[in-house]
Design a protein around this ligand. Structure first.
Ligand SMILES: NC(=O)C1=CN([C@@H]2O[C@H](COP(=O)(O)OP(=O)(O)OC[C@H]3O[C@@H](n4cnc5c(N)ncnc54)[C@H](O)[C@@H]3O)[C@@H](O)[C@H]2O)C=CC1
Ligand SMILES: CC(C)=CCC[C@@H](C)[C@H]1CC[C@H]2C3=C(CC[C@]12C)[C@@]1(C)CCC(=O)C[C@@H]1CC3
Length: 346
């Protein structure tokens, strides 16, 4: 006879726990007394209180030991948006997420918290104070967004309030903070190549950038408020800093903080967007012969030149969310954490 261990409520698993957001989440969970199983395709650190399971989330047998006897699972794994590899996104974000749901259901996991993205409703047009009832975009701007939509639908539809798996999705936007492998490194690389001199559009567009610890806070609150009778079941929630900022002011603050010049010269949005589309088409056509990845993709140009900020009122109402770290504090902690990316650093 096999006896089933009753999962401790202070045990959880983080799929994608080696990544930027995942590791911050793991550190906060440990601080709050959880013991954590990390499942990831790579192991990037070691910490007391963390058990690592290395494997691909598309492989149910590999997932099983990490999710066994765990009541709560966070799923924050995804290929990087910059990879732009359609087959990989489809395999990991869609098929892999089906596998995660199946494994959770078979192993009796009680709660699954997905890291989705606010970009599931973004299609290149302005979004001002967007709420969660905006429909998914029918015209996703890249494969990453296309598969994040499918992934979110799968997880939310799997919610079963009648004693089964409970699910909720967190939609962060523009996460930044120490150890981010994407926003600050790409920005600095672009500046070092002399390409951050220009402001796309009139520079007044407001966007959300969200400090990583606020995103973590939203995930933990969601997990702790997710119960069969709570409004969170099967719902998505925006988690933001609640301080929309001009895209180009944010970029300038980070650049100047690291010793680079702020962008100064304006270029018309439609001109840059048109050029980005042309370059993108060229890159697609030449792909079999030469591999080149334009820095200014249509998605990045759209993000740089339109309003895209979201309301986090639903998270405040349903889970008592409020940002813990202000934008000013978050930017200064981020800048300090990248001494190697400072202007003139060896
Ligand atoms: N960084 C951002 O601005 C935003 C990120 N998100 C979402 O947040 C989540 C975390 O993103 P980041 O921490 O920024 O990315 P990241 O790239 O730092 O972390 C993702 C982790 O997933 C792991 N992973 C990828 N494929 C895997 C597989 N097949 N099996 C197991 N592990 C796998 C990677 O090894 C990595 O450790 C993702 O779901 C992303 O879509 C949402 C909105 C904004
Ligand atoms: C114009 C330019 C080259 C700016 C450099 C910074 C960009 C690399 C970032 C600015 C906004 C960021 C962002 C994301 C990735 C990095 C940026 C484009 C996401 C696409 C990451 C994944 C998401 O789910 C949504 C993010 C929106 C903001």
């Amino acid at each position: 006879m096999t006896t089933r261990v009753r999962p401790s409520s202070k045990r959880c698993a983080v799929i994608g726990g080696s990544g930027f957001l995942g590791r911050h989440l793991v550190e906060k969970l440990l601080e709050r007394g959880y013991s954590v199983a990390v499942f990831d395709i790579r192991q990037s650190y070691e910490l007391p209180g963390v058990t690592f399971y290395q494997g691909d989330l598309c492989d149910k047998e590999a997932l099983r030991p990490a999710l066994k006897d765990v009541p709560l699972v966070f799923h924050c794994a995804s290929p990087a948006p910059a990879s732009d590899d359609r087959a990989l996104f489809q395999r990991v974000n869609v098929q892999g997420t089906c596998t995660v749901i199946q494994a959770c259901t078979e192993l009796g996991v009680q709660k699954l918290v997905l890291t989705s993205s606010a970009s599931v409703v973004y299609e290149g047009a302005d979004i001002k104070n967007g709420t969660e009832d905006i429909p998914y975009t029918a015209k996703p701007m890249d494969y990453y967004t296309e598969t994040k939509i499918e992934q979110e639908k799968l997880v939310l539809q799997a919610c079963d309030k009648e004693g089964g798996l409970l699910t909720v999705a967190i939609r962060p936007h523009g996460i930044f903070g120490p150890r981010d492998p994407q926003l600050v490194p790409i920005l600095v690389d672009t500046a070092r190549r002399g390409k951050m001199k220009f402001i796309i559009g009139d520079g007044t567009n407001l966007v959300d950038f969200t400090f990583v610890e606020n995103v973590v806070h939203g995930h933990i609150l969601a997990a702790e408020h997710l119960r069969p009778e709570s409004p969170l079941c099967g719902k998505p929630y925006h988690i933001t800093n609640d301080e929309p900022i001009r895209f180009w002011d944010f970029m300038s603050k980070v650049l100047v903080g690291l010793g680079y010049a702020a962008p100064r010269y304006h270029l018309p949005y439609m001109l840059v967007y048109g050029l980005a589309m042309l370059l993108w088409l060229l890159a697609m056509l030449l792909r079999p012969l030469v591999a080149f990845k334009p820095t200014f993709t249509p998605m990045r140009v759209a993000l740089a030149g339109t309003h895209h900020y979201y309301s986090c009122e639903a998270a405040k109402r349903d889970m008592g969310y409020k940002p813990l770290v202000s934008l000013t504090e978050g930017i200064s902690r981020t800048v300090e954490s990248y001494p190697h990316l400072r202007h003139g650093a060896p």
